[in-house]
Design a protein around this ligand. Structure first.
Ligand code: GLV
Ligand code: MN
Ligand code: MN
Length: 402
């Protein structure tokens, strides 16, 4: 199967007719189709599939079947955010398969196994915790906590897995990776760093600290016409002011703050709302700046709630410390790629979760001409994608050498 062939079979899966974006939520029908697609690609190449009870899958090329430990793992994820782009995740999986093909075409004889991983629920779009599969695998998220996660319909993670025909066995499963000597994730760049540097491929040096906080603003539902403006306890106003304050605070402190998901009750045009639930995505270069950002947003929201006569509760849903990728591995990638540029990222990735768990991990980024991501407008030029496959194959050749 050619590189273009892989893209064309994957392209229609989970694409929404109206928006053109992808809705590949974990354990949904499109997710099952993506899994089948991966299984077929692995079977065509004679790879051995292994999976864990968290929904993570690895396809192994083991030239020496007796040697299973200490291999090199690459790969990414196939799930998407609501109306996501085609490349965030799939570029790393398709490129991994294409790089493996290139290694074989080049007659490379790996001295150790090569695994291509697909991690489950990287985006956290269904159960609210980003990198859910890799967090469970490393033990960063306890199974008891994951068992309590629910989707928007109130279905628990184990129930959703069972409905999709999987057998949940949530919990640590680092053994799936067989003590890897290196993990390298290729990913579309989600900003304009490589555009500015005029480079098709770059190497990541670090991931910012980031997390999600649920803000629940409560007020008093009432009639939109008959309730005098002065008599209202409108949580929408408290929320709106909080969103503006978060934006201003992030600009002032060179951090990032986004409210991108809101639930309103009763959600009627002619009623003052009773509740607004809004999720803050916060990111900062270091954990102290992130803590300060969220504390300040919480304080400003509380002050405004006091003035509006509304209630406020804030709960942290996930927190991921910043991570520096393995310095030796990063140097190896840069040298092998003839001095490729090195850049940080504000996006979360499974590679970051593995790095935090002590796996030597690194990332390659492929240029994104507009820098847009988590949107159907996300894009990478074909020539840059090919450059990414070549770069990955080059790096893997060195990492798989005796
Ligand atoms: C994942 O893409 C994230 O950074 O939210
Ligand atoms: Mn993403
Ligand atoms: Mn991603």
């Amino acid at each position: 199967m050619t590189y273009e062939g892989m893209w064309s079979t994957l392209a229609p899966i989970g694409r929404h007719d109206r928006t053109g974006g992808y809705r590949r939520y974990t354990w949904s029908e499109p997710h099952r189709e993506c899994q089948l697609w991966f299984q077929e690609e692995a079977a065509k190449r004679g790879l051995t599939l292994e999976s864990d009870g968290n929904g993570n899958v690895v396809a192994w090329w083991r030239p020496d079947p007796d040697r299973t430990e200490g291999g090199v793992v690459t790969g990414s994820h196939l799930d998407s955010v609501p109306d996501g782009g085609a490349f965030d995740g799939p570029l790393g999986v398709v490129s991994a398969l294409a790089a493996l093909d290139l290694l074989r075409d080049n007659g490379v004889q790996p001295a150790r196994p090569l695994g291509i991983a697909v991690f489950a629920e990287e985006e956290g779009a269904r159960f609210g915790v980003a990198c859910l599969g890799s967090r469970l695998l490393t033990g960063a998220l306890p199974a008891e906590q994951a068992r309590e996660l629910r989707d928007a319909d109130g279905l628990s993670l184990p129930d959703a897995m069972e409905r999709a025909g999987a057998s949940p066995a949530l919990g640590p499963s680092l053994g799936l990776l067989h003590a890897p000597s290196a993990f390298v994730e290729l990913h579309i760049e989600q900003g304009r760093g490589l555009v500015d540097l005029e480079a098709p491929v770059g190497v990541a040096d670090s991931i910012w600290a980031h997390g999600r906080w649920r803000f629940e603003f409560t007020g008093e539902a009432n009639h939109a016409g008959t309730t005098r403006m002065a008599d209202r306890h409108d949580p929408m106003l408290t929320y709106a002011m909080t969103a503006l304050a978060a934006n201003k605070r992030a600009r002032l402190t060179r951090t990032r703050a986004t409210f991108g998901h809101v639930e309103v009750e009763p959600n009627a045009t002619n009623a003052v709302p009773s509740t607004v639930r809004a999720w803050l995505d916060g990111r900062a270069h270091d954990q102290e700046s992130l803590r300060a950002l969220v504390e300040e947003v919480r304080r400003l929201a509380g002050d405004r709630a006091h003035r509006d006569g509304t209630g406020l509760e804030v709960e942290a849903e996930s927190l991921t410390p910043g991570v520096d990728f393995d310095a030796d591995l990063r140097r190896l990638l840069v040298t092998r790629l003839g001095g490729a540029p090195v850049l940080p990222t504000q996006a979360g990735h499974d590679a970051g979760i593995l790095a935090a768990a002590g796996v030597p991990a690194a990332m390659l980024f492929v240029r994104n001409p507009t820098g847009v991501s988590h949107s159907p407008a996300e894009h990478a030029e074909a020539a840059d994608c090919v450059a990414g496959v070549r770069a990955l194959a080059d790096v893997l050749t060195e990492l798989l050498a005796p």
